[in-house]
Design a protein around this ligand. Structure first.
Ligand SMILES: Cc1ncc(COP(=O)(O)O)c(C=O)c1O
Length: 396
């Protein structure tokens, strides 16, 4: 029997000696909760992104929850959320008691359709939550114009958006506030982890307190100041959404190599782009003018353009699933892009939208394929992936 080829993972974090060294340091100092390393990580994140403030939290989802809570969004309010996203975007809205109002996406970018969002605004709408999906910024310029015209907030789910830029501005810097993720599927990782960014210092201060039980001062501030033996005031109902200093140290090491990781991912994406440009059976991702794609995921749509319609969806979905199963059997890890959230049990039951009501999200759910992409993916590995996707390839 021929030897089975080496499996190709969907992604792979980049860790080296620097990560190993820095993550040890809290063990030596004994300072393991949110402390000096978290503060350095926040600073590194601000330097990298240009955000005015950065507040580290336990993950992107809790970051989104804190933003919504700090903006006093709650029962009776509506937040417009794209229906093609990871479930956490909508869940964060649900936690507050507000209603996530699902909006369809544009298939060409996988991001929220701004014209469709405009039609969903009601007197109850308090915010729009665009998701900069797979590393491509949502159209923040148009979304900000829309939000300004209606006096509502823009809360960016920037989970995937480290390195994403629109007209020169990094994700998370042109909105009321944003939340990033450091889950291992992201370009840089702290295991679990998240970062809230905002250019509003008062909002930043409030979110910073809310993540730490509502305390008016952090442990580190008390430790460094005179009178630290006195407990701080607690004037707010806060949460414990603090990042540990192990994660902060790991985050500092990761931010030192973030530019290199992102550049390597872009080079790998360019290899897919050129290999797949003549593939009649699928549509590769595309960054419109003015956008810099960060390629948190490289997501293609399966199917020739004339078959991407609700009419052909069941057939194309069956064929996509077959292709993914074939690739997986050959050790190539592939995944569907993400979910049409309005079709998932909890949301389908609660809000009773028909799957076809948001057709692009449904098609993206049923037809997307995420290809393996990581900083040190080899050209041989990419050739193996591509061989299943182009005419004349092993699966033709
Ligand atoms: C679009 C989007 N939003 C939110 C999240 C949640 O991030 P976290 O796992 O850090 O809470 C993810 C993570 O995969 C995501 O892709």
């Amino acid at each position: 029997m021929p030897a089975k080829p080496e499996p190709i993972p969907i992604t792979k974090p980049v860790f080296g000696q620097r990560e190993r060294d820095l993550i040890q340091t809290p063990l030596d100092t004994g300072w393991v909760v949110q402390g000096p390393w978290v503060e350095r990580f926040e600073k590194a994140f601000m330097d990298f992104s240009g955000a005015g403030n950065a507040i580290a939290v336990t993950n992107c989802t809790t970051g989104l929850h804190l933003i919504l809570h700090a903006l006093r969004i709650g029962p009776g309010d509506e937040v417009i959320v794209p229906s093609f996203t990871f479930i956490a975007s909508a869940n964060a809205v649900e936690y507050t008691g507000a209603r996530p109002v699902f909006c369809d996406i544009e298939l060409s970018t996988f991001n929220i359709d701004v014209a469709a969002a405009a039609k969903l605004i009601t007197p109850r709408t308090k915010a729009i939550m665009p998701v900069s999906l797979f590393g491509l910024s949502a159209d923040l310029k148009a979304l900000n114009e829309l939000a300004d015209a209606h006096g509502i907030y823009v809360i960016e789910d920037a989970a995937c958006a480290l390195g994403a830029r629109l007209n020169g501005f990094h994700a998370g810097t042109r909105c009321t506030a944003a939340s990033f993720s450091f889950h291992p599927r992201k370009a840089v990782t702290t295991g679990e982890g998240g970062m809230v960014t905002t250019n509003d210092p008062e909002l930043a201060d409030l979110i910073s307190k809310l993540r730490n039980h509502g305390a008016e001062a952090t442990d580190l501030e008390r430790h460094l100041a005179q009178g630290g033996s006195l407990l701080p005031a607690f004037n707010l109902l806060g949460f414990n959404y603090r990042m540990t200093d192990f994660q902060g140290a790991l985050g500092v090491a990761q931010m030192e190599r973030a530019a290199d990781i992102l550049a390597a991912r872009r080079r790998a994406a360019a290899v897919y782009d050129s290999s797949l440009k003549n593939a009649a059976g699928l549509i590769p991702p595309h960054a419109p003018d003015g956008y810099v794609h960060a390629y948190q995921s490289y997501v293609v749509i399966f199917g020739p353009r004339d078959k991407i319609s609700l009419q052909h969806l069941d057939d194309m979905n069956r064929r996509r699933n077959q292709l993914m199963a074939t690739m997986e059997a050959q050790g190539i890890t592939v995944r569907q892009g993400t979910h049409a959230v309005h079709t998932l049990g909890y949301y389908a039951e609660k809000y009773r939208l028909s799957p076809e009501e948001l057709p692009n999200s449904l098609m993206a759910d049923r037809l997307s394929i995420t290809l393996p992409l990581f900083a040190d993916i080899s050209s041989e590995q990419q050739e193996r992936v591509v061989s299943f996707l182009i005419p004349g390839g092993v699966n033709a």
